[in-house]
Each structure stands twice: as C-alpha cells, then as structure tokens.
Design a protein around this ligand. Structure first.
Ligand SMILES: [Zn+2]
Length: 342
C-alpha cells in the first residue's frame, strides 16, 4: 500500500507561516472538538481525526521536525523510499518542544494509536508509546519505578522457579486515557492523576540461589507513563523467610543435628536433612559435642548457571539420656570410675 501524504498544516487549519503559538491554539481547539470522549456517536471518525491532529501537532510544534517536514517537496515519496531503512530523522537526546511542552491537556493515549505510516517513514516510531526507534521518545514522562517486597521461603530460594504474583498497581485511567483531564476539567475517575489502582497478575522468574535483599527487575511493570511515556520498572525486593531448620550464610547452609553420646564416643551414622532429601552422615568415633562436619555441595545453589552449590555444615549436638535404668546407671558409674583411674 502506498504511503499516504499528510498535510499537517491543512489538518490543523493553519497557514505555512503559522507561529508556534498559533499551532498550539489550533491544536488545542481541534483536540477538544475531536476528542473521542466527546464524540460518542461517531467515535471511529473522532479517533481518526484526533490521531491526525495529534500527529500534525507532534510535527509542527517541534522546530526540528517542522523544518524537516517543510523541506519535503514533490519528491517526498522517493525520499521516503530512500530513508525507509536508514532513519531519516534523529532527534537530539533531551530535545525540547518549541513550545516548552506544556500542553499536556489533550495527549490522550488512545490505546494503539500509533502514528501514521507517513509519519513513521520520516520520523520513526517516536512520539507516544516510548519505544523510540529513531532515538527520540522524549515526549511524555516515563512512569516511576516501583518497589515491592517478595517474601520467599528458603526452599523456594533454593529451587528457584516461577511464581504468579497478584499486584496492586497503578494503570492508565480509562476515562481520560491518562491525561488527568476530561473536557478541560479534572478527570472524575482518577482525580487528575491519570492513573487508577487496579490488580494485575505477573509471572515472576525466581533465580535459584536468590539472596535476601536481592532485587528482581521486571521491566515495564512499574507505574505507567504520562502522556504516552513508557512505563517504569518494577523491582521486587527478595525477603527470605527464616527457615526452622536451615540457617543460610552466603551460599552455605548450617544445621544442628542431635547425636547420641554413644555415637559421639563410638562413632556411628546419623540421618541428616538436606534441601533435596535426607542423607546418612558418618560421625567419627571420639567426636566432641559441637563438632561441625561439612557436606560438600549440599548448600544453596550459587547464582549463575553452572556455578555449583555451597556446602552444608552440620553441628553435632550431644543428646544426654534424660532418664536411665538401674542397670544403665551401674554401667555409667563403672565407666566413670574407669575414667578417673585412667
Ligand atoms: Zn482519569
């Protein structure tokens, strides 16, 4: 389909020599007149008109874009073809609109209201939407980053995986399309903020071995932008709930394990829990109470693929029999005597 030429001056009903002030005034008047919300009976027509008006204003209110547009002559289609790949227009980082950008009133985000093919041929996909392919996109304010706490049991930090979170978030107000204005007055639904609270489901990937205090970034899931700016990011701050058995130190895990005095004296085996099931641990003969044994590779996964795992440290805690039979007492007394004479 051939790209259709857009006469931005005609769309705004201004002359080629119109001042920035004239252009802004014409735009405000037309945008108010054609805002889809005030044309419910011919919404489609109004949306198309409104898009054209916004696009014309985007170009003519920006000195650099306007100059470029003005140089287009009868050969514009040829130039469009030449420049379709290269990105004809490069806006300067931080470039400001000629009018200072104050006219936030009618910049409704009309959903999928991308600019026309004509516009994109020359200016790239800048303007509303924020995904600047031509290095622009300074229009509208980027939404702020949002922080939220994600509490995880240690077991989940160990295994990693997916989690679906239901978040309380701010989304673009459907009534005013994020402008905060409605027919020149504060929007009733959002009270002028342009956003309303709502809930949203997010799928979060939890990296195995995630640490307490670590931040997981979800790009574009923060607060929505204003006037077509891109959304901010959501940062989930990981809080790992204390585990009743395992204490974590870095990538290592620590537990205390009850061991009978017999096993400590004579040596033996105890069953020890790990994150992936129980294992048998050899207790060397003559182990002191409080001795710590290391089981390599049974700690937390180290962050990053193939980084291995930390170790599990098992502290042996002697269990003294609380009650003994008469016969046991006799034997202990005998042992005690022998120990004194040794
Ligand atoms: Zn609103």
């Amino acid at each position: 389909m051939p790209v259709q030429y857009k006469d931005y001056y005609k769309i705004l009903g201004v002359g080629k020599s119109a001042s920035t002030k004239d252009i802004k005034a014409a735009y405000r008047k037309l945008a108010r007149q054609w805002h889809p919300d005030v044309n419910p009976t011919r919404k489609k027509e109004a949306e198309d008109k409104f898009k054209d008006i916004a696009e014309a204003y985007e170009v003519l209110s920006d000195a650099e874009k306007r100059r470029m547009y003005d140089t287009l002559g009868n050969d514009w289609q040829q130039r469009a073809a030449q420049n379709a790949q290269g990105g004809y227009y490069r806006s300067q980082p931080g470039a400001q609109r000629a009018d200072g950008g104050g006219a936030q009133f009618d910049f409704g985000d009309l959903g999928d209201s991308s600019f026309s093919e004509f516009f994109q041929t020359f200016f790239g996909n800048i303007g509303r939407g924020g995904n600047a392919t031509a290095g622009g996109g300074r229009r509208g304010a980027r939404g702020s980053d949002v922080e939220s706490v994600l509490e995880l049991p240690l077991r989940e930090a160990f295994s990693g995986g997916h989690r679906t979170l239901t978040m309380q978030v701010e989304t673009t107000c459907p009534r005013c399309h994020g402008t905060g204005n409605e027919k020149g007055k504060l929007c009733h639904q959002c009270r002028g903020t342009g956003t309303i609270p709502s809930t949203k489901s997010l799928d979060v990937t939890i990296p195995a071995g995630v640490r307490d205090g670590q931040r997981i970034r979800l790009a574009g899931q923060g607060a929505p932008g204003m006037g077509g700016g891109s959304a901010g990011d959501l940062y989930l701050i990981v809080r790992i709930a204390p585990d009743p058995r395992f204490a974590r130190k870095g990538d290592d895990l620590h537990i205390e394990q009850a061991v009978s005095i017999y096993d400590l004296v004579l040596g033996g085996e105890v069953v020890v829990p790990t994150m992936t099931g129980q294992i048998d641990l050899k207790v060397p003969a003559g182990s002191q109470n409080g001795r710590t044994l290391r089981i390599p590779g049974k700690g937390m996964p180290r962050l990053g693929k193939g980084a291995g795992q930390g170790d599990l440290y098992v502290k042996l805690v002697a269990q003294v029999p609380a009650a003994v039979s008469d016969r046991e007492r006799e034997l202990f007394q005998e042992l005690a005597k022998m120990a004194k004479t040794r």
